[in-house]
Design a protein around this ligand. Sequence first.
Ligand code: HEC
Length: 202
Amino acid sequence: MDSFEFNKIAGATLASTIALLGLSIVTDSAFTPKLPEKPGYIIEVPEAEVADAPEADAERPIEFFLASATAERGEAVFKKCSACHNAAPGGSNGIGPNLHGIVGAPAASRGGFSYSDALGAMKGQSWSWNELSAWLADPKTYAAGNKMSFAGLKKPEERAAVMVWLNQQSANPLPLPEAPVEAEAEVPNEAVTEEAAETVTG
Ligand code: HEC
């Protein structure tokens, strides 16, 4: 074997070792059980588990994530938006329009902001929880040709959190939608839930 080939093999071995190491670190942290906020009974699916099951997430309605979203997390998520938006009452438009009270508000209706035709075509609709979630998940697909240059929030728990925070900024916050019962009862990973249960009871 010449030394070039040897280096290639050595490099490949090293790369896969690093990948495995990375995987085990990720797995470890994903399975660290989280204490539920209200001990005693378990309804909420621990966040680590949710993050671990993207396929299951895609099938869950946003109401499911809204039920456990916190404004604190939403405020942190909003840092991804704040280069272009603020949510202050009477706040100025920036690169994007002011978002004060945007949850439930009519779309494309902020005075003084020059919307794209794509968003302008949404006039008459309003930003319900579901519409807002779909827009934030993938703005480009939601309204082709709009000018919000933002990749989107792929994680439903991030969308839920930022919406809960935005809603809290409003003078007239909307009530949170009811969490779907069947989604709450669904437990995709028993092992993690048992661990969490042990933490709670023992
Ligand atoms: C790079 C700048 C940028 C970032 C980052 C960004 N936006 Fe936007 N956003 C815009 C622009 C520009 C528009 C107007 C789009 C148009 O007219 O096509 C917009 C429009 C919107 C609208 C529609 C407002 C209305 O009046 O109907 C919402 C809601 C919104 N953004 C929320 C967010 C949230 C929440 C985030 C962060 C998760 C975010 N945006 C991140 C630039 C941005």
